[in-house]
Structure formats: C-alpha cells, structure tokens
Ligand binder design. Structure first.
Ligand code: MN
Length: 340
C-alpha cells in the first residue's frame, strides 16, 4: 500500500477513537530523543483541534537540555513507581518499537497499559505491532515525518506550534536531512513545516550549534580512547567519564556522531555504561546492524540500532558483540564479491 492509502485507511478509525476519548495519554520511549519528544509535543499541540479530551503527555526523565526549550515540554509528566495511573481511555504511543521501551511506565503500570486501548505511530523496522492500531512506516526517516503527513488526514491544520516540534524531530532523526534514507518527500515535508512557521532558527541554535565545553571534552576523550578492530571502530563511555565531565548520557552521543564521520570503517559501536549494565549503539554505512541488535534483544533501524544489556560490563559487551559484527562484515564483503 502506498502512503496516501495507508493514511486514508487509518484516518477514520483514528479520528473517531480520538474524538470519542475522554482522557488521552501520549507516551514515548525512555531516554527520549528529538523524534520522540517532537512527535509527542506535536500531537499534544495538534489534538485539541479534533478532540475535547484531556490530554496527558508522559515523558520519562531526564529530558535532554537540547530539547527542554521546546514549548509545552514542561506540561509533560513522568510516570514512575510512585505515580498513580491517570486512567486514560486511550493511549497514543509514538516512536516506540516495543512496549518495553516505555521504560518505567511499562515496568510499574504493566496491567493498566494492557487494559487500555492503545494506538501507535512509529518508523522502527523492528516494531512489534503491540497496539490495537499500528501506523508503522519503516521507510520513514522519523516518526515526526509520518505525523506531518498524517495530520491533514485527521483534519488537523498544521500551525507554527505544531510545526516546530515536528521539524525538530525530522531534523534530529535525519541529522539535518543527511542520513541515507532522506527522500525528496522528506525535504518537502520539512519545507511544509518551515512554511507553517516552524522555528527553524531555534532548532538550529539549540540542537545543532550548542554544546557544553564539558560535553565536548568528554567526546574528545571517548574518541582518543577508541579501539579499531578490522572494519569496526568501537568506543566506550564509562560512568566515571560522565561524572568527571559532569555530562549527561545523551551528551555522549556527540562522540557517536564524530565517530560516524571516520572514513573507511563499516561499523561504529558506542558502549555506554549505565548504572545497571550497558547500552550499545550501532551505526553502519552498508551492513544491516539491526540483525545483530535483534539477536541480542535490541532493535532499531537497519543502519542505526541499539541494545540494552543489563547484566554486562563494557568489556563483556564488547567481547559478546565484536564476533557477530565481524561476521556481519565478512558476510557482506563475501556477498558483494559474489554479486560483482
Ligand atoms: Mn525516531
């Protein structure tokens, strides 16, 4: 089905569910990024045009500094073990590949989540279709791209307040229209949001041209300690490094972006030590790293995937994953040679 058909097919049911709801909870993934928060705040601004429902935006802390300036982010609540369940009759999940990505909300309110109607919009290839209605387009660069296209089908006019968070989500997930799956349509949707009054200037300043000195020093240290294993470059961010540089977890992504610029490598791996276990980010140019992520319980996109390993150290995670990643590179060069 092409996209207009997918949107038309979903629109009627979405419209009536949203219009008939009394309390709508918006929810996204733990450790939210620009696309997660952009999608959620975009919907928070858009839904009052088509429903009188009370809307409860749930964003798990911490909200990264580069996103905290977005209007209405401060209306969101975190939902943890001590929170009472806000009794929504409809949940809309955005940018979540699976329901365990809701983090603490999933861990503490599992039954309530299961007993509430849920619909979702997402672009992760590994999405588990966990909702009643699943608007999943894996070819989309960002969940915000899907929402930008879908809103008019729901009868929403995109205002400046809706356009800013959606443009932010598209720009962060595409690294400013640079990643390989950026399409002509992605740029056209960006232009549409720009024309609707999106605050492009603020997005550029706050997201792309602003780094704390400590965060930059952390990134240079991570890079200076990186390891090269054949076609793979990997680096690690320890809790000690974060503490020394007083940097937040998301600020270490600066290192990941710098590592991705190194020529001549097939796979980049960044291992972040968490209070419990490690989080692994995989990036590649050609090989499909999502397969290795899925094998170890993670997920994501073909060339950008992640894994949480709660029982591993940096060293044991590297030892676990490097053989699989090396095999992936060997397989792909073998198949390239065969087809050549
Ligand atoms: Mn996304």
């Amino acid at each position: 089905m092409n996209r207009p058909d997918i949107f038309a097919h979903n629109a009627n049911e979405w419209k009536s569910r949203i219009a008939n709801a009394h309390t709508i909870m918006l929810i996204t993934h733990v450790n939210p990024d620009g696309d997660a928060i952009g999608s959620l705040i975009g919907l928070l601004s858009a839904l009052p045009q088509i429903t009188n429902a009370r809307i409860i935006p749930v964003i798990q802390q911490p909200i990264p500094d580069y996103l905290a300036w977005l209007p209405d982010v401060n209306k969101s609540i975190a939902l943890d073990a001590n929170s009472t369940w806000p009794q929504p009759d409809l949940i809309i999940a955005v940018d979540c590949a699976s329901s365990d990505r809701f983090g603490g909300v999933h861990a503490k309110h599992r039954d309530a989540l299961q007993h509430t109607s849920m619909i979702q919009i997402d672009h992760h290839a590994t999405n588990t279709q966990f909702a009643l209605q699943n608007l999943i387009i894996a070819q989309a660069c960002a969940t915000c791209e899907i929402i930008t296209e879908f809103l008019p089908y729901l009868g929403v006019t995109i205002t400046a307040g809706i356009a800013t968070p959606l443009l932010l989500g598209i720009m962060t997930d595409t690294q400013s229209f640079q990643i390989y799956d950026t399409r002509a349509e992605t740029l056209q949707l960006g232009a549409k949001l720009f024309a609707a009054g999106a605050d492009h200037h603020q997005i550029v300043q706050k997201v792309f041209r602003s780094t704390r000195l400590d965060a930059l020093q952390l990134a240079t240290r991570v890079i200076s300690e990186m390891t090269v294993v054949g076609p793979i470059v990997w680096a690690a961010v320890s809790q000690e490094m974060l503490a020394t540089h007083q940097a937040s977890d998301d600020e270490s992504d600066e290192a990941l972006q710098m590592l991705q610029r190194i020529d001549g490598f097939e796979i980049i791996m960044l291992i972040k030590e968490r209070e419990q276990g490690v989080k692994i980010s995989l990036r590649s140019r050609n090989v499909v790293v999502a397969t290795v992520a899925q094998k170890h319980g993670g997920g994501g996109h073909a060339h950008a995937a992640g894994i949480n390993l709660p029982n591993h150290t940096i060293a044991s995670a590297a030892a676990l994953l490097l053989p699989d990643l090396q095999a992936l590179c060997t397989d792909s060069s073998a198949s390239t040679n065969r087809s050549a």
